[in-house]
Design a protein around this ligand. Sequence first.
Ligand code: ATP
Length: 396
Amino acid sequence: MSNIDNYANKKENKIKHKEQMKELNLKHKTDSIKRKKKHNETKKLMKEDKKNLVAFNKENKKFLKDSKGIVQDKVKEVLTWYSENKEKENITKKHFKSKLQRAKKSMYDFSGPISFENVSYTYGWGTPFEFKALDSADLVIKKGKITAVIGMTGSGKSTLIQLTNGLIISETGRTLVGNFPIIAKTKKIKFVKELRREIGLVFQFPEYQLFQNTIESDIAFGPINLGADKETSIKKVPELLRLVDLPEDYAKRSPFDLSGGQKRRVAIAGIIAMDGNTLVLDEPTGGLDPHGEEDFMKLFYDLNKKQNKRIIIVTHNMDHVLQIADEVIVMHKGKVISIGTPFEIFSNNELLKKIEIEPPKLYKLAHKLKDKGLDVTDKNFRTIEELAKHIKERIK
Ligand SMILES: Nc1ncnc2c1ncn2[C@@H]1O[C@H](COP(=O)(O)OP(=O)(O)OP(=O)(O)O)[C@@H](O)[C@H]1O
């Protein structure tokens, strides 16, 4: 290459670099303006929400005052029980304290609907990384159902479900778990242990949280830590193992000798051991093979149908949603934009396009058939057998 060519190349590169820097600076500036605008909007929202928070706190105080009598009776019951039984070997101080704590929260019923009222949440408030993950979201998750939360990456699904057990607290509105209120900006949730006993949150790869020497102690750790009697908690382990489809005689084995899927079952058994009404699962089948995924879906379905547990599942797998969900919540940019049955959501092509989500395989097939002149998209189906039945009826 001649010196002249070399010089021309260098010059061209310099110009390109300058242009790229200019573009980057411009993007940085626009992002920063957008962020500031959002920051100010949220500030305004928080100001407007102040009067709601005052009303919520007032409502809560009144509720506590009205329930005083019930609580006092329950506390008295526990005190009498302890004074009559404290000499017995299996009645520990920890056991007594846990019972007393439960009596003190007896006015709360966590099992009812979970309502999110105008909840917002911002990560990195006031920093250059500020991001509003929840934007005045409103939603009710019913009791006893399987609810799937779907939406594109970053739409706020995980953030929303973390509000349910007080892992994070919203900056506006409130979350009601049954009649237990978590009011925005609360610094410390009273009865947080009871709340977490009721709402079991299972994160992605829960098996990484196993740490005890035996499967038995891992499963019983949660309830014992919350004050339950050690002997009773250990006795329940075989039943819990059966529930998650593991052999009972695994109890004394080390959890670290198990396969990934089996470890995950142990971790889930540990959450179920807390005996709450709700299981919240964030991408629970990540990293499993299709067969393992199917097994877990069956497990969650059975926990709902046979043990009456409310299941809330965040997932990107629409086939799973179709398979087990009673209701589907659609999140988009921090808001709930649609709620419906799997049929209502998956037959709505416009909605799916907006959230950039592919429908389950069976719905894709139905849409393809429609393009070829055989329309069964107005029919409700969950399985290949049901779809086949509708097709047969159409071509009769
Ligand atoms: N700890 C954090 N710090 C800063 N930003 C965060 C944090 N956690 C989440 N975010 C941001 O908030 C947004 C919403 O996150 P969230 O995890 O709720 O979304 P999601 O819908 O569950 O996404 P995915 O499907 O990818 O798990 C994301 O864009 C993410 O960048």
